[in-house]
Each structure stands twice: as C-alpha cells, then as structure tokens.
Design a protein around this ligand. Structure first.
Ligand code: PMP
Length: 395
C-alpha cells in the first residue's frame, strides 16, 4: 500500500532555503525566505523576548495543558492589539492558535462548518498557503483580482468589480490587513473605505489575515484597514500572527478573533471554534503565548518590544531606499522606485522566473520564481554588489 504513494512536490520556497544552505559560495544572499533578518543575516531573538523568557523560567509553575482557547492573558492582550477598544469585548470570540497558519485553518473550518455554503475569495496573487489551508479546511476557494498587469500596483477597479459581481451574500473575502504577501501592495486608507463599503453592502464576511502588524507603517497605522472594515461590518474574523512582530516563528503564536453581532452569537461562535480546536490539536502550545503575555503585561518590556519592532520596520524601509538608489546608479537598469510605495518585507521585483534562476546559478542570490524578494534578506554592506548582479541578469 505505502509502496504506491507518489512523491509530493517540495515546497517551492523552503526548497530554495535548503539549496541556499547547501550553496558553498561565500557571497550568496537569500532573498527568498519569508523571515526577518538583521544586518548580520540572522533572524534574531528580540531582547524583550529573552527578558520575558528569563522571567518565565523563574515564575512558571506548571506545564499543564492550557484550556482549549488558550491563555486568558494572551487572549486579552491580543484583543487589545488587534481591536483596540473599538469593539465591545462581549462581541469578540478569541482563541489562541498555533501561528497565523493554525488560526487560518481554524477559521477556515469554522466557515466550512458554520457558514456553509460559504466560499472564500482570495486575492490574486496571495500567500501560496492560503489556498491549501482553505481547501484542507473544506471551504470552496475562489479568487478576486488584486494586482494590476504592471505587477507593482493595485488594480482597484477590478478588485471592487470582482467583489461586487462574483460574490454572493455570506461568502467570505480574505484580505491581507497590511503588508500584502507576496507583493507589498496595500490599499490606501481611502481605498479601504471603498472596499469596506462593498464588503458590507454585499453581505460578505471579512476574513482579515494580520500577519505583519508593525512591519508597514507602524503598529497603529497598520491596523487602519482592519478598523475601517470593522466600522463597516458587524461580523468579521481576524487571524493574527506574532511570528514576525515578536520574532517567535518557531514558537507558533497566533490567534483567531471573531467579531459577532451580539454577545450571544459570540458565545456560540466561541463554543464552535473550541470544538474545531479540540479535534485538531486539543489545545495550543503555552510558551510562545506566555512570552507575548509577559511582554505585554510589563510596561518596560512593552516599550522595549515597540522599539525593537520599530527598528526592524525602519531597517526594511532603509533597505528599500538603498536598493532603489543603488539600482538607479546601474546604467540601463529599470526604475525600481515603485518599491518605495510597497509595504513590509516583500515585493515583486519584476524579475522573471528565468532571471531569478540566472541570479541564483550565476551569482548565488536566491529569489523565488515569481520574482518575489524579501527585502529584509538584503545586506546593506553589499548593496552595490547586489545591484550590479541584478542589473546583470536584467541586461
Ligand atoms: N499569513 C501570511 C500572509 C503570511 O505571510 C504568513 C507567514 N508567511 C502567515 C499568514 C502565517 O504565519 P505563521 O508563521 O504565524 O503561521
């Protein structure tokens, strides 16, 4: 029986990471993987996280199971981060989840079981895993237009048109709350208002993927689109992740925050979310959530976290500026200033799959076949070299 099992295709991005690790060239640079890197090319443990872990070692009394919906302090902290105080707490069902991925999976199953025959509309393009997660959760997946043909701006008209003509009331629409992965193209504040108007008037369920809060314009500014949506719609689901903004990738820290129209509906929704969690992984892991709760319950650690997050955000902005300036110095190279309008770690560089291939084989610079680059993977000390090899494959 097992003899006839076919080999599954490797994950495109993680496969490149393995190839990068095996590459012996010293000048290699990895712009493919989706994690933040500091100036020395390391994905650092934040100082606030180390300090919180130190505290936890001293104070933690048990490794007993958490409840199905997770740590109460973590849930209330996340609720504040995501919703501020704009929603009456009684209308929110909050469940700790193993990463943003786990949160999306729980939300997907909730849609499949409780909101049938809902379909979920994903932007084109979107994070590759969205499709797989929603399908595994049992929801039918559709897509809506997002990126314009220039592959560097939003096709806002087509997006609104799809959302208002392809959808039925009760369908869900997945929106990247900020720092769209893989393109870095986000709607403006005014565009969010229009999107919220269409989502509300069509009777759609907004499903907001909030994986990069603090990586775009700052913690508060990055929540503007989400808050606009919540102002317009009585119901919404927010899947948040603390992998990036706390650097807690391997600890698997995320949450599902469901907003219902009434406290009774929130209570019923929470009970159903817990049923889903119970049969998937029973209860979430403690450590990552405890770190976030420890940081956010301590003023000094919270200030430290905000400063460290701001440092990461500014480093990404600075790298974007340096790269654009560096490319402008390469004779005959195209204008890359569009990168300055984009938000977060990712952008489509405009490189074709063939050029990305050449960049890797000839120069040891790893870029995903779609041309998506992780700006945080750039090395500011070798920016001139990076620009020269990019210009080489574009020539
Ligand atoms: N959503 C998006 C848009 C992402 O880019 C990612 C991570 N790459 C996630 C969700 C999931 O994050 P996590 O690692 O917390 O599961």
């Amino acid at each position: 029986r097992f003899d006839s099992i076919p080999l599954a295709p490797p994950d495109a991005i993680l496969g490149l990471t393995e190839a990068f690790a095996a590459d012996t060239r010293s000048e290699k640079m990895n712009l493919s993987v989706g994690v933040y890197k500091d100036a020395s090319g390391v994905t650092p443990i934040m100082k606030c996280v180390k300090a919180a872990e130190q505290k936890l070692i001293e104070t933690e009394k048990t490794k007993g199971y958490l409840s199905i919906d997770g740590l109460p302090d973590y849930r209330s902290d996340v609720q504040k981060l995501v919703f501020g105080d704009r929603i009456d707490a009684g209308r929110i069902a909050m469940v700790q989840a193993p990463g943003g991925t786990g949160a999306l999976r729980v939300a997907g199953e909730f849609l499949a079981r409780q909101c049938s025959p809902t379909r979920v509309f994903l932007p084109n393009p979107t994070w590759a895993n969205h499709n797989a997660i929603m399908q595994s959760a049992g929801v039918n997946v559709e897509s809506y237009s997002y990126l314009a043909d220039d592959r560097r701006s939003l096709n806002f008209e087509a997006m609104l048109n799809d959302l208002s003509t392809k959808t039925r009331p009760g369908d869900a629409v997945l929106l990247h709350a900020c720092c769209h992965n893989p393109t870095g193209v986000d709607p403006t504040a005014d565009q969010w208002k229009e999107i919220a108007r269409v989502v509300s008037s069509q009777g759609l369920i907004p499903l907001l993927d909030f994986a990069y809060q603090g990586f775009g314009d700052g913690l508060e500014a990055d929540a503007v689109g989400l808050h606009t949506m919540l102002d317009a719609c009585a119901e919404a689901i927010v899947c948040s992740s603390y992998s990036k903004n706390f650097g807690l990738y391997s600890e698997r820290v995320g949450a599902v925050g469901l907003v219902a129209g009434t406290p009774a509906a929130a209570t019923a929704s929470l009970s159903q979310l817990k049923v889903i969690v119970r049969s998937n992984y029973s209860n979430p892991p403690r450590h990552g959530g405890a770190i976030v709760a420890t940081v956010l319950s301590d003023d000094e650690l919270t200030q430290m976290w905000k400063a460290e997050l701001e440092e990461m955000r500014l480093r990404i902005t600075h790298l974007r500026e340096q790269f654009v300036a560096g490319m402008a110095k390469q004779s005959g190279a195209p204008d890359f200033s569009f990168l300055l309008k984009q938000k977060g770690m990712f952008s489509y560089s405009g490189l074709t799959a063939m050029q990305a291939d050449e960049l890797r084989t000839k120069h040891g610079v790893y870029v995903v076949g779609s041309g998506r680059i992780n700006v945080a993977g750039m090395d500011e000390k070798r920016m001139d070299w990076l620009c020269s090899v990019v210009a080489d494959v574009l020539a």
